[in-house]
Design a protein around this ligand. Structure first.
Ligand code: 13P
Ligand code: SF4
Length: 311
């Protein structure tokens, strides 16, 4: 207990000494969320990364999120506690594969929309970026006279098609965490809590989304749960979300959505960051996120377009 308190004190002291800001995604462990300056979804984190005047950004999330912070802050030091914290969606769409696909289909003149869960190389090939929090808004602003290619999440893409009525070609990628939820696993927990509402992330498969009362980004889940007229709410997303929800909605009974194998779902990448690694990266300013300048500049264009279109 004392060691954990010491670690927290050390993190706060190092943060001050480095003039650093700690940004954390809603899926980080509770202790990391509690020491962060800002906790939020990918969209909120991108805005905060753009707005900060700190010298150092410590990004407690996965690599593509820290890379996004670097893209909009080339002059700042950006570190993430564990450089191996990746994402199955990012892995499902390697930039050379997307480039080859676009070349092979050049006659289509695709307007390419990339979910932010992708590499800087993929961002550089796209027209605009979106997050789960603004995907509907961004797709609604796509030019009407061009076909859309949506990469890399086929589930988020399918949900956006349902919401907008806009036809899109979908890359076949998915989040390995959210595809673990099934119709059966959610129906079982609904049977246990018959009065509960269900909120699910749009990375879930359609069979799960159809069981949800609300489908939304992690940040919008906070508002949904705060305003829900019932006590029991089943939360169908990564387990880290429960920490913030329980803090912000103490009057609610927040129930983790189960998979067929587990009582809740953890993202192994998000959970690679620990308080010890957070302390160490503030101390050594390593591992750093670095990007070759011409790639960074190309990736910045669709990101800034997103921030503009999302206002
Ligand atoms: P949010 O943008 O909703 O926080 O989602 C990010 C993510 O990685 C979901 O798996
Ligand atoms: Fe990627 Fe899924 Fe983990 Fe989110 S939960 S970071 S989409 S693997």
């Amino acid at each position: 207990m004392l060691a954990a308190l010491d670690l927290k004190e050390e993190i706060l002291a190092l943060k001050k000494a480095r003039n650093a800001v700690i940004l954390a995604h809603n899926y980080q462990t509770g202790d990391i969320q509690d020491v962060a300056d800002y906790v939020g979804d990918s969209l909120g984190l991108a805005y905060h990364a753009k707005a900060t005047d700190a010298d150092v950004i410590v990004f407690c999330g996965v690599h593509f999120m820290a890379e996004t912070a670097k893209i909009v802050n080339p002059g700042k030091i950006v570190v993430l506690p564990d450089a191996d914290a990746g994402c199955s969606l990012e892995q499902s769409c390697p930039a050379p594969q997307l480039e080859a696909f676009l070349k092979a289909n050049a006659e289509k003149n695709y307007y390419v929309i990339a979910y932010i869960n992708c590499s800087g190389g993929v961002k550089a090939l796209c027209d605009v970026i979106c997050t789960s929090g603004n995907a509907v808004k961004i797709v609604n602003q796509a030019p009407a006279d061009r076909p859309i290619l949506f990469v890399p999440d086929e589930n988020l893409g399918a949900w956006v098609i349902e919401q907008t009525g806009r036809k899109m070609d979908l890359w076949k990628g998915n989040c390995y965490v959210h595809v673990e939820f099934t119709r059966d696993s959610i129906n079982r927990i609904k049977a246990e809590f018959p009065d509960a509402l269900v909120v699910a992330h749009p990375e879930c498969p359609q069979a799960v989304r159809l069981l949800a009362d609300e489908v939304c980004s992690t940040e919008k889940m906070i508002t949904f749960c705060k305003n829900a007229p019932v006590k029991d709410i089943i939360v169908v997303t990564e387990s880290g979300m429960l920490h913030r929800l329980r803090k912000e909605c103490p009057d609610k009974n927040l129930i983790p959505g189960p998979t067929d194998r587990c009582a809740c779902a953890d993202c192994r990448y998000m959970k690679m960051n620990t308080m010890q690694k957070l302390r160490d990266c503030l101390d050594t300013l390593q591992p750093r996120v670095e990007m070759e300048e011409s790639l960074r500049a190309r990736a910045e264009v669709p990101l800034l377009r997103m921030l503009e279109q999302s206002k």
